[in-house]
Design a protein around this ligand. Structure first.
Ligand SMILES: [Fe+2]
Length: 219
């Protein structure tokens, strides 16, 4: 399987402009709202709302139908050509991390979905917040992307204090290879690995923030 890696200057300036118009057009006209986990568990993430996710200090919306078709086609083609011809889009989402929505934090975890492959794209930011995938640290610039398998590789963001007015905007482009395979990563293995990594993260987080984080149920 492909190892995680960083892609530089992923979209052309024209594509970035087109993407921003579509994403911020929706984001800036919808006030983030808290949707209870039970509702999401039952009905899935709503596609007409921006969700406020205080547990991570972020706002998120399902962007699958909001990404311009040409961009969606390009990234899908890129994924197939470089990472496997069976890959099919498995949902796209936009998220902004900012103090406006809680304290930005992301503890070690596996994504709850079953996407086999993700292109984690940084659309815009005015600060740097390092990502870690299985102990390998990455520093993204705008228009860079991180390629990895969030449901199969433990990942998190280094504890950091984000100042008011700072933000990091990401688009998650998820793909699926169509196979019913857990690649040996059972629920138990994931749980054990998450706990081991979270223990270390927790200490780092407390040292920096002076309080303990919560990273419980999330969808
Ligand atoms: Fe994740």
């Amino acid at each position: 399987m492909t190892k995680s890696h960083q892609l530089k200057s992923f979209f052309s300036p024209e594509e970035v402009a087109e993407l921003k118009e579509a994403i911020y057009g929706f984001f800036n006209s919808n006030e983030p709202t808290i949707v209870p986990l039970e509702t999401i568990a039952k009905e899935g993430r709503p596609t007409d709302k921006v969700l406020r996710q205080e547990w991570s200090g972020r706002a998120l919306f399902v962007a699958t139908d909001k990404i311009p078709q040409s961009i969606s086609d390009k990234i899908s083609k890129y994924a197939r050509e470089h990472y496997g011809e069976d890959l099919k889009p498995d949902g796209f989402a936009f998220t902004r991390y900012s103090n406006e929505f809680g304290v930005p934090r992301l503890a070690p975890h596996y994504d709850t979905g079953h996407s086999t492959f993700t292109i984690d794209y940084q659309l815009e930011s005015n600060t740097t917040w390092n990502l870690v995938v299985e102990d390998k640290e990455y520093s993204l610039e705008d228009n860079d992307a991180l390629v990895f398998k969030p449901s199969y590789e433990v990942h998190w963001r280094k504890p950091m204090i984000m100042n008011d007015g700072e933000y990091v905007d990401m688009i998650f482009f998820h793909f699926h290879d169509g196979k019913q395979d857990d690649y040996g990563m059972t629920k138990e293995i994931k749980k054990q690995t998450e706990s081991a990594y979270q223990e270390k993260y927790q200490q780092e987080f407390i040292d920096l923030h002076g309080w303990d984080y919560w990273h419980g149920n999330r969808l």
